[in-house]
Design a protein around this ligand. Structure first.
Ligand SMILES: Nc1ncnc2c1ncn2[C@@H]1O[C@H](COP(=O)(O)OP(=O)(O)OP(=O)(O)O)[C@@H](O)[C@H]1O
Ligand SMILES: [Mg+2]
Length: 135
């Protein structure tokens, strides 16, 4: 696995959210992902960024262009030091929300990407990793 490029931004307000999402789109375009895959990774990243702001009180986004076995991919990691998720399986179910929201962000994001990883520890924080590969 080879790291081609890495960008990192702190996410603490709406403007950072927009910059973060914009950067995902930019790197997706740089590696010429299809419009479909680009939309998938941008939408999934939006949901996770939104969660980080609302539930995690902000954090960082790391976006990486990666090469592995002759494939190019885009990896998006969102990390926060918020309250954490006590039950990850429950949080990944459609309709579960502690905010009286739709509860579709996490399950939706998981469905959109090729690889999804959720790590969270109560009162320590949450790390979500998203990955898509170029076809
Ligand atoms: N970064 C995070 N830190 C702490 N809790 C989180 C985080 N992300 C998600 N959660 C928890 O997981 C639940 C489900 O997240 P999900 O994004 O699916 O739904 P939501 O944000 O409540 O609603 P929606 O995204 O549909 O508006 C949240 O309600 C929240 O309790
Ligand atoms: Mg959400």
């Amino acid at each position: 696995m080879k790291l081609i490029k890495e960008k990192k931004i702190r996410i603490k307000n709406e403007n950072d959210f927009l910059n973060g999402r914009g950067l995902v789109k930019e790197l997706a375009e740089e590696i010429e992902l299809s419009d479909l895959v680009k939309t998938k990774i941008t939408t999934a990243s939006s949901e996770i960024l939104r969660n980080m702001l609302i539930h995690g009180k902000g954090g960082v986004i790391i976006i990486r262009i990666i090469e592995k076995d002759n494939k190019i991919g885009l990896e998006v990691i969102c990390k926060d030091k918020g309250v954490g998720i006590p039950d990850k399986e429950l949080a990944l179910q459609k309709g579960f929300s502690t905010n009286k929201s739709l509860g579709l962000g996490l399950p939706g994001a998981k469905n959109l990407v090729d690889e999804f990883q959720l790590k969270s520890e109560l009162n320590k924080g949450t790390v979500v990793k998203l990955m898509v590969w170029k076809q």
